[in-house]
Design a protein around this ligand. Structure first.
Ligand code: 5AD
Ligand code: SF4
Length: 443
């Protein structure tokens, strides 16, 4: 196999969830620490990392078509590395089918990326899809710069085995990163410019650890410890399982000011038979009870969720139950998907797969209901006064964009800088954003 000159520039392209965004940032930091320079466009990069997602349909086809598109006019290709969950699930096949891919690296092994790239440049294709618990984080360089909002992965993997989901297979068993490592990484992010940190995990509220005094703590303990940093203004977390909403975490929503009033709590379906077939291990009623308890401690909490329509065997009547649940909750925002059979998951071989047209129609009805509620939530915010964390400039002169505590996008015109927290009155609501006017800050 031929050798190439080691790459000097790189481009990381991440698909899928926020955890992949975090992993993509860490891979970029790793490559930068090795002396490579980030290229804005993939056409300018000697090394392209495709950080893939396997959660829904066509993921693999998308990777192959992306690989094809990386071929340049003169017939050459950059050095291509496939990372993320497709790499984990289908690494051997990618290596066999796509000779231009030189590196395949799973989500638990990307700390080895620089070595693997060096091996590839020396002419040896490299695959690493082992799942060594925690080795990765210890091997990554320390965080330096950050925008005003930062992600921090605190937990990875999943032991829940919902019958439709590939995550337990691609990300492996649940692991929690140690408390002291996380406090240190958060400090570095804040020192690098972060005002808001979103704690990430496939089951973030299952995080557990020992605090600096050796006491067993859950996610609420970690949140309280991070909130003690005077320079950190906001904390969020995502994504959670209803069964792991502990009393302590629910209480924290009422007690920790820096914990933003927003909860993303996937339910997937509004019918108990479907939830059982999904192996969700919660019922509609137990889910609603959790929401009631959270609302009791934090009445203004904005709720979000994930939904799947057309799970195998889902009847029209069972789908109507999902619409009823949506009506009962009144989500501020939500994500909804058509069921997609994932190879190797139990649901893929279940009977009675729902026809594509039926799924299309159900998804449309669900999304209409969710959009209606999102608009209603935004309209109900008009007249509220709140803090906005400024994230970037808007399109108009003097315009800035940021987020409300309830994770709504807010635009306003005024004097500000990225990273400022500005007091605004919300004056106008659209489906996806609100307009605010700046208020003087109380002395
Ligand atoms: N089909 C459709 N949606 C899925 N999700 C996970 N697996 C599947 C699948 N096989 C959705 C769930 C989950 C979100 C991240 O993606 O709603 O909460
Ligand atoms: Fe997938 Fe269920 Fe685990 Fe979420 S809780 S990652 S949906 S298996």
């Amino acid at each position: 196999m031929s050798t190439t000159t080691p790459p000097k520039t790189f481009h990381v392209k991440s698909f899928g969830c926020q955890m992949n965004v975090y992993d993509g940032e860490r891979m970029a930091e790793l490559l930068t620490a090795q002396g490579l320079t980030a290229a804005d466009a993939r056409d300018d990069a000697d090394l392209v990392v495709l950080n893939t997602c396997h959660i829904r349909e066509k993921a693999t086809e998308k990777v192959y078509s992306d690989i094809g598109r990386l071929r340049r006019e003169d017939g050459s290709s950059p050095l291509i590395a496939v990372a993320g969950c497709v790499a984990q699930a289908e690494g051997a096949e990618i290596m066999a089918r796509a000779p231009s891919v030189k590196v395949v690296v799973g989500p638990q092994a990307y700390h080895r990326l620089p070595d693997m790239v060096a091996e590839a440049a020396a002419g040896k294709r490299a695959t690493e899809t082992d799942m060594p618990a925690e080795a990765k984080f210890a091997a990554l360089p320390k965080r330096r710069r950050s925008g005003p909002t930062a992600f921090l992965t605190v937990q990875e993997g999943c032991d829940k085995f919902c019958t439709y989901c590939v995550v337990p297979y691609t990300r492996g068993a649940e692991i929690s990163r140690p408390f002291t490592d996380l406090v240190e990484e958060a400090k570095l992010l804040v020192a690098g410019g972060a005002r808001e940190i979103t704690l990430l995990g496939q089951n973030v509220n299952a995080w557990e650890g020992e605090d600096d005094k050796g006491r067993a703590v859950g996610l609420d303990g970690l949140i309280r410890a991070l909130a003690a940093d005077p320079d950190l203004a906001r904390i969020r977390y995502t994504t959670s399982h209803p069964n792991d909403m502990t009393d302590g975490l629910i209480a924290a929503h009422g007690e920790v000011d820096k914990l933003m009033p927003f909860l993303h709590l996937p339910v997937q379906a509004g019918n108990d038979r479907v939830l059982r077939a999904m192996n969700r291990s919660h019922s509609v009623d137990s889910y609603l009870k959790v929401l009631d308890r959270v609302r009791a401690t934090r009445p203004d909490i904005a709720l979000s969720g994930d939904f799947i329509v057309g799970f195998p065997g889902e009847t029209d009547a069972e789908f109507e139950d999902t619409l009823r649940l949506v009506d009962a909750v009144g989500y501020a925002q939500a994500f909804s998907f058509k069921y997609s059979a994932r190879p190797g998951t139990p649901a893929a071989t279940m009977a009675d797969h729902v026809a594509a047209e039926v799924m299309d129609e159900r998804l449309k009805r669900l999304q209409d209901a969710l959009n209606r509620d999102q608009v209603a939530f935004n309209r109900a915010s008009v007249g509220r006064t709140c803090d906005v964390l400024v994230e970037r400039r808007g399109k108009l002169p003097g315009q800035w964009l940021g987020k409300s505590p309830w994770l709504q996008s807010v635009h306003f015109i005024g004097d500000a800088q990225i990273g400022d927290i500005v007091r605004v009155e919300l004056v106008e609501a659209g489906a996806n954003s609100l307009a605010g006017t700046v208020l003087p800050r109380a002395a």
